[in-house]
Design a binder for this molecule. Structure first.
Ligand code: RUB
Length: 303
């Protein structure tokens, strides 16, 4: 898919979810590289950067998207072999697929037989944990609707299709349901992980986490290391996407509406982050950025 078309589909949320949009960007850039007839490396790289920018600008909050694009640019700058470049991009994409499977396996060990687990929105990664756990354990999943785009319906449908007992609730019923259905765990995905371990995820996640803490229910975040944000080490904040208020309802005379798509949950409200490399406390996010990606405090390129 051409970068402009891919960006359009990401913006409209026809393609959505932090991992899916990153993988779409990888596919789109691989196609761009394969189709490019530009023989001059400088001009080729300029074209690739432009395509990358179009993709990055499609949605601002999930860092998986710029992280994936930047990785392709890094590879492209360091090779003249485009066939090899496309091969490496595909390999990276497969790595992300394997990451989901690993997270499913690792995270499912934290789920116990008989658990009732609440999830918010639709995260492929959180779903991987739930589906893996359901293979060997009896679980019941509570899904929030996730207004205004109702991604919770997708989660509920997928679980029901897999034969997992699932209950759908409206977003404002989280606190009551947590007690009423004796929820044992909360599991969510993430769009971005800050260097201090805060996570950005679908709007409402921080409220769910707050209620979970009040009820002493552990919160698991299932998240590939692709979603860790190196720029936050230098104090950069991640933009929270404000979407069209038309997603909420028709305009009301004299009423202003706000439609933020994501919120930030501080590390104190999250018990663990399940990554493909293992389960970590959120406060270890800096270590992942340092040990896995080589971003070191005091040695950053652009302070
Ligand atoms: C989706 C959302 C998901 C994360 C993680 O928001 O917040 O929880 O993106 O998803 P939207 P995944 O529907 O606005 O894209 O685990 O699939 O990457």
């Amino acid at each position: 898919m051409q970068p402009t078309l891919a960006a359009k589909k990401i913006r409209s949320m026809e393609i959505r979810g932090a991992l899916k949009i990153a993988v779409t960007a990888l596919d789109s850039l691989a196609e761009f590289i394969s189709n490019s007839k530009e023989t001059d490396k400088k001009r080729f790289l300029a074209g690739l950067r432009k395509a990358g920018k179009i993709l990055k600008d499609a949605r601002p909050t999930a860092v998986s998207l710029p992280n994936a694009v930047d990785y392709v640019l890094f590879l492209a700058e360091n090779t003249d072999d485009r066939v090899e470049l496309v091969r490496k991009i595909k390999e990276y994409k497969n790595e992300q697929r394997r990451a989901i499977d690993r997270i499913g396996q690792i995270g499912s060990r934290r789920i116990e037989d008989g658990d009732t687990i609440l999830t918010h929105c639709n995260s492929k990664t959180a779903l991987a944990v739930l589906l893996e756990a359901a293979k060997t354990k009896d679980i019941h999943v509570v899904c929030t609707e996730t207004r205004p785009r109702n991604q919770g319906y997708i989660t509920a449908r997928e679980l029901a299709k897999a034969g997992v007992p699932v209950t759908l609730i409206i977003d404002s019923a989280v606190r009551r349901t947590m007690k009423e259905l004796e929820v044992d765990k909360v599991i969510v995905g993430a769009d971005t992980v800050y260097s201090n371990g805060s996570i950005i995820n679908k709007i409402g996640t921080s409220q769910v986490a707050l209620v979970a803490q009040e009820s002493k229910v552990p919160v698991l975040c299932a998240c590939e290391t692709l979603k860790f944000a190196p720029q936050t080490l230098m104090g950069e904040l991640i933009e929270i996407e404000e979407r069209d208020v038309g997603e909420i309802r028709k305009p009301m005379k004299g009423v202003k509406m706000l439609n933020p798509a994501f919120d930030v949950t501080p590390p104190g409200y999250i018990d663990v982050i399940v990554t493909e490399d293992g389960i970590i406390p959120p406060y270890m996010a800096y270590q992942i950025l340092r040990d896995k990606f080589g971003w070191e405090l005091g040695k950053m390129m652009k302070p």
